[in-house]
Design a protein around this ligand. Structure first.
Ligand code: KG4
Ligand code: ZN
Length: 339
């Protein structure tokens, strides 16, 4: 052991990114992410292919993470892994890998909730919120507003009734022929466009819920009504208007939750937190209202093992270890009791 402080190894395999990170307590020393390109031609993640890719890639990703952090397996004091939510097959590969390591190295195993890790990923930055804060999680699979009372005490205020916001970005991008995943591409094209050029419907969902199926269908009809040449000519305006329709419920609901819970700090995480317009508008609102908005660094927005390791470290400090009999939980909820 190089130091008295604990080195943690963290594994993330919930969807289509294979990732391993090494942490020294709450400090990420390495965070290797291998994004599976095999799905791109299919226009979405193919679960069976994702599991097979994790199986192929986990070991080399793990070795690279150890090498970059300049530590060996013998230095590792605990293994943290994503227990859920996620694709069943993908989770099983990561869970089995983590269990095997824990057994072989004789160190504790720590199960981590992927969504709680996204929520707490804002704590990886130097400038970070204090508890309590409101979390807006915007990813390819989830759209959630959460009251974060402490690292292990969270209350979901609202979530999407259908598609996640990242999924809506990706499906609309696919309709535009922009490839998969297309959220980033829409963001780039929108930068030159007018967000008020076209009007797309925004669902009126009570409370802190979201819905994206209506705007997705309206967008499909919009594309069918217009000549493809017109869409190409106005692509920046189309993307900017669509992006505004996708982002505005997030901004509105986050602001009303901040007011209702008298919270002055907002943490935004998940892949869509990389969106430059979401960042710009939330910073603008925060400045007006004297709030603070926190985003993780880009590498911790999309799926990564660094955020899993952070929660692993918090659990490690509190001796919240998992038995080797633990299983993957594809439908694990935020705030679910420890298994
Ligand atoms: O967090 P993440 O890796 O997925 C899940 O855990 O589900 O996020 C991926 C999502 C994709 O839907 C992708 O299109 C979206 O994040 N995304 C963006 C941007 N960058 C990534 N969406 C909008 N603007 C971006 N700049
Ligand atoms: Zn995720």
């Amino acid at each position: 052991m190089k130091t008295d402080r604990a080195y943690l190894l963290a594994v993330e395999s919930s969807c289509d990114d294979t990732s391993v990170a090494i942490l020294l307590e709450n400090q990420v020393l390495s965070n290797i992410v291998s994004s599976q390109l095999v799905h791109n031609v299919h226009g979405g993640v193919v679960p069976e292919l994702a599991s097979r890719e994790h199986e192929k890639n986990l070991l080399w990703v793990c070795k690279e993470a150890l090498e970059m952090a300049d530590v060996t397996f013998e230095d590792i004091a605990a293994v943290a892994f994503t227990q859920g939510p996620g694709l069943p097959g993908s989770l099983l590969v990561g869970t089995s890998f983590a269990k095997g390591l824990s057994l072989r190295l004789g160190v504790p195993l720590i199960a981590v909730n992927h969504m709680e890790a996204h929520i707490l990923s804002v704590l990886l930055a130097e400038d970070r919120p204090e508890f309590p804060f409101i979390a807006l999680v915007v990813s390819g699979g989830h759209t959630l507003l959460v009251l974060v009372k402490n690292w292990d005490q969270m209350e979901v205020l609202g979530s999407t009734q259908d598609d996640a916001v990242g999924e809506a970005f990706d499906k609309c991008a696919k309709m535009l022929g922009l490839g998969y995943p297309g959220g980033k591409k829409i963001n780039e094209l929108a930068a030159q466009g007018d967000p008020h050029a076209f009007e797309f419907p925004i669902a009126r969902i009570p409370g802190y819920g979201f819905s994206y199926s209506g705007v997705k269908t309206a967008f499909l009809y919009f594309l069918q009504r217009h000549d493809p040449a017109f869409i190409q000519e106005r692509i920046s305006d189309v993307c900017a208007s669509l992006q505004q329709a996708l982002l505005s419920p997030l901004i509105q609901k986050a602001m009303s939750a901040m007011e209702a819970y008298d919270c002055r700090q907002l943490g935004v995480s998940g892949g869509v937190a990389a969106n430059s317009e979401l960042r710009r508008q939330l910073f603008e609102q925060a400045e007006k209202r004297d709030w603070k908005v926190y985003f993780p660094a880009f590498e911790y927005c999309t799926d990564n093992a660094g955020m899993i390791g952070l929660v692993g470290w918090l659990k490690w400090k509190n001796k919240q270890f998992s038995p080797l009999s633990i299983g993957a939980e594809p439908r694990l909820k935020v705030g679910a009791p420890l298994l």
